[in-house]
Structure formats: structure tokens, C-alpha cells
Design a protein around this ligand. Structure first.
Ligand SMILES: [Zn+2]
Ligand SMILES: [Zn+2]
Length: 240
């Protein structure tokens, strides 16, 4: 505990080095990335074309019609949205969130505003993608739950951290894994403990990063099989 408190004081006293370019981070609210790296990061503004279902980045220019990537046709959630692309400040923030249960102010604002500008306003419950017991014990916290807590507090939407659990300890998804391998590794990994609590609810499922969508789709499948009406996905970053 003392170690953590000391770290915080040191961070305040000396500007931190940006985890991407090593320039100093002048503003504490920027977290682990400097302002220039934040400015290089593609944050979705609503002007780009994204897949209407999974939120995949399709092109920088807008289109006048609804667009689908169709790779997500089989996914079980209703729609997914992210703050921006998994690069620079967003990837550094996601990686840091696996080490420290802390969401910098700038990211908090972006995350909450993405939710408030989404079509997920009818969500009645926020649920974080759970970790297995083993990984939770290794890490000491669930980074998705840290994000979900922040969002629940600021949007005044009820948080539920207990209903959805991860039964099987799946290996960490590696960059080299293809979609099929990711899909197989999370199949049947999730379980709903108290179905009554999600019956007829519109669930907002929160995670740090959306890669293939296999994990969130399996969570959504389990939630819907147990009575959830709708499942939306909100993540900090979206892999391209
Ligand atoms: Zn930087
Ligand atoms: Zn899609």
C-alpha cells in the first residue's frame, strides 16, 4: 500500500515519460501517453465509416448508407463500439491497465462520452468481461471491471460484477492466433450464475480491447441463452 502511495507522489513530482515516444507527459490526465501521442491516435469522431454491427474501422470517410463488414454476422451481440483504434495512446493505455487498476482522466472522459453518444442508451446493466479465477489472482484485479466501474459511476447505470463468470482458464490470446483459434479457446468459457438478474435486461458488456470479437460474442451468447434481451459491447480500443 505504501509503495503505491509513494509511486503516486513521485509521478506528481516528476513528469512521467510517455510509454510510446519517451517525451515527458506534461498533463497527469493524459495517463501514460504524451499529448502528441494522443493526437496521433485515431479516436472515432462519428465521421468515419465503421461496421454497423461490430464497429470495425472500414474507411476514414463517411458513407450515406449502413455498412457491415459481414465478418461479424455470426456474432451474438447486437452492436459494438470503441473509443478508437488500438494504436499509440489507446494501446499504451490498454497495456498499462493490465498492470495498474487506474484509468486516466482523458481516457475516462472519452470512454464515458463514447457510451453517451452510442445507441446503447437503453442499457439497463453494465457487466465487465470476467477473468478466470487464476488470472484474477495473478493480476490482482480485472481491468475490464475497472473500466466498467468508472462507466457505471459516471453514467449512473447499475454495475453487475457477479452474474457472469469465466469458468475455464483460457490461454492469453496471442497476436499469432487466428480467429478460429481465438474462437475455440473461449467456447463455453462463460457461465451465468444468477439468470434471474439478467432476465429481459439490456446488457452493456465492457472490455479493454476488441480484437476478433470471439470473447465478447461468447459472453453475449451465454447472456442471451440465460434471458438477456440485448447485449452491447463497449471497449476502449478496436484492433484494425
Ligand atoms: Zn508520446
Ligand atoms: Zn462487422
Amino acid at each position: 500500500m505504501l509503495g503505491k502511495a509513494t509511486d503516486f507522489v513521485l509521478t506528481l513530482a516528476y513528469p512521467q515519460a510517455c510509454q510510446i515516444c519517451e517525451q515527458s507527459v506534461e498533463n497527469l490526465s493524459d495517463g501514460v501517453a504524451c499529448r502528441a501521442c494522443w493526437e496521433r491516435t485515431r479516436i472515432f469522431s462519428g465521421a468515419e465509416t465503421l461496421c454497423n454491427k461490430c464497429g470495425k474501422f472500414l474507411q476514414a470517410k463517411p458513407t450515406n448508407f449502413q455498412t457491415f463488414c459481414h465478418k461479424c454476422d455470426e456474432h451474438f451481440y447486437d452492436a459494438a463500439s470503441a473509443v478508437g483504434i488500438y494504436e499509440y495512446a489507446l494501446s499504451a493505455s490498454v497495456l498499462n491497465l493490465k498492470r495498474e487498476p487506474f484509468v486516466a482522466k482523458r481516457l475516462q472522459k472519452l470512454f464515458v462520452s463514447r457510451f453517451q453518444n452510442s445507441s446503447f442508451q437503453d442499457a439497463t446493466k453494465i457487466i465487465p468481461v470476467p477473468l478466470s479465477k487464476k488470472r484474477f489472482l495473478e493480476r490482482g484485479f480485472n481491468q475490464a471491471a475497472v473500466l466498467a466501474e468508472t462507466l457505471a459511476k459516471q453514467s449512473r447505470t447499475p454495475l453487475d460484477r457477479l452474474t457472469l463468470v469465466r469458468q475455464i482458464h483460457t490461454p492469453l490470446h496471442r497476436a499469432s492466433m487466428d480467429n478460429k483459434a481465438r474462437e475455440t479457446s473461449v467456447k463455453n468459457a462463460f457461465e451465468v450464475k444468477r439468470p434471474k438478474l439478467i432476465e429481459g435486461e439490456s446488457i452493456l458488456l465492457v472490455d479493454d480491447v476488441f480484437t476478433s470479437g470471439a470473447t465478447v460474442s461468447n459472453c453475449a451468447k451465454t447472456l442471451k441463452e440465460n434471458g438477456a434481451e440485448k447485449v452491447y459491447i463497449l471497449t476502449v480500443a478496436r484492433a484494425v
